[in-house]
Design a binder for this molecule. Structure first.
Ligand code: HEC
Ligand code: HEC
Length: 361
């Protein structure tokens, strides 16, 4: 056991831990990959997989109009003035609202020093306020010790995506590998101070606006909901241009979820789905999440909160843990919670959890 795991074992107590680890994890259920959670609509072809994306570039592309790309842009409430070229510079993050967060540290603004100009900055994908986006991760308010463990897990091959085409996860892992322990601590401390606040509006519906996929994120291309939701969760920006073009860190997301899914998810999360049949208790297919994630699911000590976080992110993690691509010793505590979940359960749990109010524990 590495030094990163020791503190949490002490915190949550030897009893739960030994009970969970004593029973070997059941074989991963053969649940179809929830494509929506990974930002795809069709399954990978056999052998198809992502390659590591290249270094950040904000050069003008051949098909682009220089005037349009270089003219200054504004966001209501910000005195900032940045061009689209500056906004998409992954190595030098623009800061629309410096008052919303502590000063950006070097790792936040420019990324791991060992990569030089090739580094992507943490605040580029996760935003200076830590809100993140559905295709990466909401990191505001994560316990620093948990955060540090995740970086170590990615560094040491204990955390990868179950979807072989997810290029940004490969990039995330490469960044973790390039970071020093000091940089990891700097990032963990920065994000830990940020308050998790409501960011996702959960809407039960049968139809969603049609969308296009931009680096594993669904971006609406119309306003009328004409496409059947078909049992998925579709998480999209409230305002496509604000999120996609301007990277407005105050413009949130809508999660379209199937009708009835929030209530179904609540039952699973609250009791694990246990019922009583003919006066006898019948165990559910999962276990009550609050036991470990805290009464409001906002986390306890080094266990992360899950309330109000991106449903795409939540479902991806549940699936990655179930399938064993996320396999650190501590994530194995989650096996009883995920082993028997179906694709429909993943949707229900993610929908309910996303509808809750996030807060500091
Ligand atoms: C290119 C975009 C990108 C950049 C830049 C990036 N990340 Fe990430 N990060 C991701 C993605 C994608 C995930 C989610 C992986 C998944 O779901 O498979 C992630 C997940 C994480 C998580 C896991 C959160 C959790 O709740 O477990 C942490 C921690 C993290 N990133 C830290 C960092 C740090 C520190 C940096 C700066 C060096 C950084 N990231 C830069 C894309 C990025
Ligand atoms: C026995 C304790 C335990 C129970 C019960 C439990 N969890 Fe967890 N969960 C953990 C631990 C510990 C982690 C952190 C794993 C790690 O460090 O990699 C975690 C991580 C997670 C994550 C990943 C968070 C992130 O930021 O990446 C999600 C999502 C999650 N749990 C959801 C649930 C849900 C939903 C339930 C109930 C159905 C549940 N958990 C029940 C202990 C538990």
């Amino acid at each position: 056991m590495t030094k990163f795991y020791r503190p949490l074992f002490a915190v949550i107590g030897a009893v739960i831990v030994s009970a969970a680890l004593a029973s070997a994890p059941p074989p991963a259920a053969t649940v179809e990959l929830p494509l929506w959670a990974y930002g795809f609509v069709t399954p990978a072809a056999p052998g198809e997989k992502a390659t590591l994306p290249g270094p950040p570039t904000h050069a003008l592309r051949p098909n682009e109009d220089a005037g349009e790309q270089k003219r200054p842009r504004h966001i209501a409430g910000s005195t900032g003035e940045f061009s689209l070229l500056e906004i998409r510079n992954g190595h030098d993050v623009v800061d629309w609202f410096p008052g919303d967060h502590p000063p950006l540290t070097p790792i936040m603004k420019n990324g791991p020093a060992s990569l030089g100009e090739k580094a992507f900055a943490c605040a580029f994908c996760h935003m200076p306020n830590g809100k993140g986006r559905p295709e990466n991760a909401p990191v505001a308010g994560l316990p620093a010790a948990y955060f540090i463990r995740q970086m170590q897990d990615m560094k040491h091959g204990l955390r990868a995506s179950a979807e072989p085409r997810k290029a940004n996860t490969l990039l995330m892992i490469a960044l973790a590998q390039a970071m020093t322990d000091e940089e990891i601590k700097e990032a963990a401390d920065y994000f830990a101070t940020l308050p998790p606040t409501p960011w996702i509006r959960v809407v039960e519906t049968a139809r969603v606006p049609r969308s296009k996929i931009v680096t594993n994120m669904f971006v609406p291309v119309e306003t009328e909901p004409t496409e059947p939701l078909a049992g998925r969760i579709m998480e999209m920006p409230e305002n496509a241009d604000a999120t996609e073009l301007l990277r407005d860190p105050r413009s949130g997301f809508i999660a379209y979820v199937p009708i009835g899914s929030v209530k179904k998810g609540e039952a699973l999360v609250a009791t694990g789905g246990a019922t009583v049949v003919d006066g006898k208790p019948v165990p559910g297919k999962t276990v009550a999440c609050a036991t470990c994630h805290g009464p409001d699911l906002n986390g306890v000590a080094e266990i992360p909160g899950i309330a109000g976080r991106s449903p795409s992110y939540i479902a991806r993690q549940l699936y990655d843990i179930q399938q064993g691509t996320r396999k650190s010793p501590l994530s194995q505590l989650m096996q009883p919670a995920v082993a028997n979940l179906s694709a429909e359960d993943l949707v229900a749990i993610a929908a309910y959890v996303a509808s809750l109010r996030p807060a500091k524990p």
